[in-house]
Design a protein around this ligand. Structure first.
Ligand SMILES: [Zn+2]
Length: 130
């Protein structure tokens, strides 16, 4: 059963602070649903621990403000950044890596959080570290 809220993926502190409407367009919503269904929910069930989304959907303005790259999958609703209390990004990644969960990119970002993306039908299963 899905227990993610779309609002968890839309909330942005930067958007709130700057009074920006960060509502996704319909294509991004579609992508977010696939991301939740095929990727985030299975990851949550696999890790069986509270997963805190630190950044999900970002419109172009929000993305620019947080210093995201122009082509960021966050702007398409295809990516989230998350943390799990008590687990390091590399621990999280090594568990996901050995599962059958499909993903496009899995990135350890600065040893602070995990970036995961899903691009239906085009998943590259790439694992990177920044
Ligand atoms: Zn990210």
């Amino acid at each position: 059963m899905l227990n993610f809220k779309i609002s968890e993926l839309i909330y942005s502190e930067t958007a709130v602070k700057n009074n920006i409407n960060n509502m996704p367009d319909i294509n991004s919503l579609d992508n977010m649903l696939n991301l939740i269904y095929y990727c985030l929910q299975p990851v949550r069930e696999l890790l069986n621990a509270p997963m805190i989304i630190t950044s999900g959907y970002r419109n172009q303005i929000v993305n620019r403000l947080v210093g995201g790259v122009n082509s960021s999958q966050h702007t398409k609703g295809q990516a989230v950044d998350f943390v799990i209390k008590g687990m390091t990004p590399s621990q999280i990644i090594s568990i996901i890596k050995t599962s059958k969960i499909e993903f496009d990119q899995l990135i350890n970002e600065y040893d602070k959080w995990v970036h995961i993306s899903y691009n239906k039908g085009k998943n590259r299963a790439q694992i990177l570290k920044y």
